[in-house]
Design a protein around this ligand. Sequence first.
Ligand code: UDP
Length: 486
Amino acid sequence: MIEIIETPKGPSLDEYAASIHLANAVDELRDTAYSIVPKFAGRTLWMVNSTAKGGGVAEMLPRQVGIFDELGIETRWAVIGTHRKELFDLTKRLHNLLHGAGEPVMTDADRALYELVSRELQAEFQPMLGPDDVLMIHDPQPAGMGALIKRELDLPGVWRCHIGLDEDLPQTRAGWNFLRPYVSAYDRAVFTAPEYIPDFLADRADLVRPALDPYSAKNRQLRVPEVVEILGRSGLMIPTWRLLKPPFSHPAERLQADGTFGPATEPEDLGILYRPIVMEVSRWDRLKGWAPLVEGFATLKRSIPSVTDVDHRKVLEDVALLLVGPEPAAVSDDPEAVDVLNELTSIYRSLPRELQRDIALLSLPMTDSRENALMVNALQTAASVVVQNSVREGFGLTATEPMWKGTPVLVSSACGLRQQVRPGIEGEMIRNADDPDEIAAALDRLLRDPDRRATMARNAQRRVREEFLVFTQVRNDLRVLERALG
Ligand code: UDP
């Protein structure tokens, strides 16, 4: 099945350029586009991926499509699907292999299934294409279909890979061996980090960083009253004034001592706007380093009796840790996420009572993606430190987002996070995400020194403005597409 997705009309480039922080990036984009866009006359650019909702790619595509269109390149977004459910198991295994996980085998039967689905999709998609159209195919799922079409119609084509690992393992080799015949067909292959490029694609590889839309619900700058309003309407805070707008359709919830989820303001208000808040927002994935973060935070709290500086001692007494992720109902079909959530629940229940008061596991409803984005935005804005303690991370928009908001970050040294943060410059870095003592020491350093925190946060914001906004991404994509056109 091929579904064409209509993207909502977002802000225009002029509206972005009205912000003094963005004007430069928009100008640079227009400069680059000036010479490249005419080469697209009479061609449609097709963005193809495998999901319209959920995940980083689906999050980034609508704005990219909108900007390409405004620049004068007719752009369409196609999402592939299949009734052959066995394909999901195959692509999930392939995805894990490219991240270095799982049994390092792909069978002949796997290949036969992948090629069968690729041919079925080709039959449906090819008739929609014009003779001069251009393909930009995202990730492994549609790569086979794109390769067949590219060979048959001889269209310019780019394969954009959003995943990768900075290690050569039997798993990654098995994954790349499987994909090699398809992804070798493209003119260019695009990666997030140089470490992810397999040797056989080195001659045609380009680097483009993921990016965020500075005006989206998740990343637009919130004014203080808006933060207060969102925290009140989402049930993350007891409002001290009546709410002028109705509560969100689904409130955030908080894990209670008995293992059930209840209101986020029970057993008591979290004091989000009044206390130092350390927070990680992510999917319930073991590779996000949740358990060591809880242990590191507990270690930090245990250090209080030995702290002599009175002011710092107050900070450590008051600091709270928020573990924030999607509501259980949204992950019920993901056995790994259910396991991780259960694991964290039992870790939480085994904590001493006073630590349970300072640590909250928050579940954010996913039914309304705008409300979800606003909650994430308000929390990232209000936090004193956002942590991303990933054991592995392809890029980590959960670090980019607080960096953009001027919130100090503490990240692990996973490859994707190293692309964004230089230790001591854009944020603090933990070398070993599994070491609670190192996490506690890094949190202690950050919480002790507000000036250093502020300097790093400013550097981080500048880094995002210069490198990780959608304008830079589209500009780099344009250069890649120009190369693909030859
Ligand atoms: N996210 C969210 N709600 C949640 C948890 C995560 O909106 O409860 C978002 C987060 O803000 C980010 C994305 O999901 O935009 C995760 O992207 P990232 O690149 O950090 O990691 P991935 O999930 O792709 O491994």
